[in-house]
Unconditional design. Structure first.
Length: 253
């Protein structure tokens, strides 16, 4: 994706299914351009697009080495030669928080908490039978994202689930969110790393498999994902499913 922008051109949707943490500026620019041309994007994990990287050649060929100095970016010889700092996207120099693309932003690790539905009438919950306040144990973990308007946040954005968490003693929330842009593209972010894992969940969770996720979590994530894929495959989702901002309803003015 970093090398070949054409791979996204004309796509109805593109999916990031897991712990997709390390991105180059080129990859991010290509995803953003695709969104702004009408391509839907779904982030099914958490902690996505967090670290800014550079791709360099190795003995295996071009662009085979991931370079990321994180907080020690000043020691990066490439940075000294004028390349962007290989630090977190939200950090200086050249801060560009991941929330401008994801809608949500990474908030912490580790957590293990119930997923709490707050917007059950949303079209993505169609057919799930959920009600406001329904809880799905262990579905939030082990890293999570939230809507935080202290960072640049696309609007309108809808929060579907708003789950209390405590991360290293700090109270916070996990959010699942959906926003739309003028091109008509819709962008969905689960805000939890366990979403895809939950698709396989069965039983009552007592076996401890899949971090204790149970069949209820499996059914929920499966149906929401089916709703998402059908809508995103049909074209720019914002044209038929525009986001209706509810941030103040959830977080207050």
């Amino acid at each position: 994706m970093a090398r070949e922008k054409r791979l996204l051109e004309g796509a109805a949707a593109v999916l990031s299914p897991g712990h997709d943490e390390y991105w180059s500026p080129e990859q991010r620019a290509h995803f953003t351009a695709a969104r702004d041309a009408g391509t839907n994007i779904a982030f099914l994990g958490a902690n996505c697009c967090f670290r800014r990287i550079r791709l360099e050649p190795s003995e295996l060929g071009p662009e085979r080495t991931v370079v990321c100095y994180k907080t020690s970016y000043a020691q990066d010889p490439g940075h000294e030669r004028g390349h962007p700092a290989t630090t977190d996207f939200r950090s200086a120099p050249g801060a560009d928080p991941e929330s401008t693309l994801l809608g949500v932003i990474y908030d912490g690790y580790p957590v293990d908490a119930p997923y709490v539905v707050t917007h059950p009438s949303h079209w993505l919950f169609e057919g799930t039978g959920v009600k406001a306040g329904d809880r799905f144990p262990h579905l939030v973990g082990v890293e999570y994202d939230k809507v935080n308007t202290g960072f640049p946040t696309p609007r309108p954005i809808e929060i579907l689930a708003h789950s209390p968490v405590v991360c290293e003693g700090r109270p916070s929330h996990q959010d699942t969110a959906y926003y739309t842009v003028p091109s008509g593209a819709g962008v969905f972010a689960t805000g939890t790393m366990r979403w895809v894992e939950a698709l396989d969940a069965t039983g009552d969770g007592s076996s401890g498999a899949n971090h204790g996720l149970d069949a209820r979590a499996g059914a929920l994530t499966t149906r929401v994902t089916e709703n998402l894929l059908r809508a995103f495959a049909a074209g720019p989702a914002g044209r038929t499913h525009p986001a209706r901002d509810n941030v103040e309803t959830v977080y207050g003015p």
